[in-house]
Write a protein that binds this ligand. Structure first.
Ligand code: CTP
Ligand code: CA
Length: 226
């Protein structure tokens, strides 16, 4: 075996990965979103593909090139992302939720541009909760893939991440502190702790591309352990 080959061969395995933000329309010209760049999810897709896996990448609105050999499905809002994720999850062995899904969307989308002169628009913005995409997939009884989430936190990082691991019934969660300057949302680098039922492993700060390789290996080891 060549030293240039990745150590784990994911040939025949199918990964589905969500990435980027979602965008929730208010009216024809405005929307709610967040600062997610999509870099971590795209790096994970590239790493899984390089390791030999078939990869479906479900991407919110981001300005990133599609990694070579990856099947990309572009979506805009959370409900479109859920539809694409549910379809991909029917076929995949591993589902990784790296997207920063908007938790809420405007209750209704105005047909015409909202006018500032209309005082009824000034005080409140009625929101409804979006579906939890990864929790729905992890709650499956049939065709449940090995399911991995991310937890982007600004405080009590491990506590919140462990809560999400349990609440969403995930197999693994990758926690990161997005309040740190060089970690998380718009950075090239990331520092994460990988948490599963057995405990946590803190990884050193790395480029997202390098971290992605390591995370794919750790996920594969857990997902495909006999
Ligand atoms: N997630 C998802 N669908 C949502 C919200 C979150 O699939 N509607 C996924 C994210 O992709 C991530 C994980 O759930 O893998 C945790 O997301 P996060 O925003 O940290 O957690 P929430 O449960 O939304 O809680 P909060 O934002 O209040 O911390
Ligand atoms: Ca959230």
């Amino acid at each position: 075996e060549s030293l240039l080959q990745p150590c784990s061969d994911l040939h025949g395995k199918h990964f589905a990965i969500t990435a980027g933000p979602t965008r929730e329309s208010l009216d024809p010209v405005r929307y709610l979103t967040n600062h997610s760049s999509g870099k971590m999810g795209f790096a994970l897709a590239a790493a899984a593909q390089r390791a030999g896996a078939e990869v479906t990448l479900i991407a919110g609105p981001v300005s990133l090139p599609t990694p070579p050999g990856v099947k990309r499905i572009d979506v805009v809002d959370a409900r479109q992302m859920q539809e694409a994720a549910e379809r991909a999850a029917d076929l995949c062995d591993v589902f990784i939720a790296a997207a920063a899904v908007a938790d809420f969307r405007p209750e209704r989308i105005a047909q015409e541009k909202i006018k500032k002169t209309d005082d009824s628009n000034r005080d409140t913005l009625a929101l409804v909760k979006n579906p939890d995409i990864v929790a729905a997939i992890a709650a499956r009884c049939e065709r449940r893939p090995f399911t991995v989430g991310f937890a982007a936190e600004t405080e009590k990082v491990l506590e919140h991440a462990k809560g999400k691991l349990a609440r969403k019934n995930l197999d693994m969660i990758i926690a990161n502190d997005v309040s740190e300057a060089d970690s998380g949302f718009n950075s090239e680098r990331n520092r994460v702790t990988v948490i599963d039922q057995t405990g946590g492993t803190e990884l050193p700060s790395s480029l997202k591309t390098e971290l992605a390789e390591q995370l794919i290996q750790m996920i594969a080891t857990q997902a495909f352990a006999q």
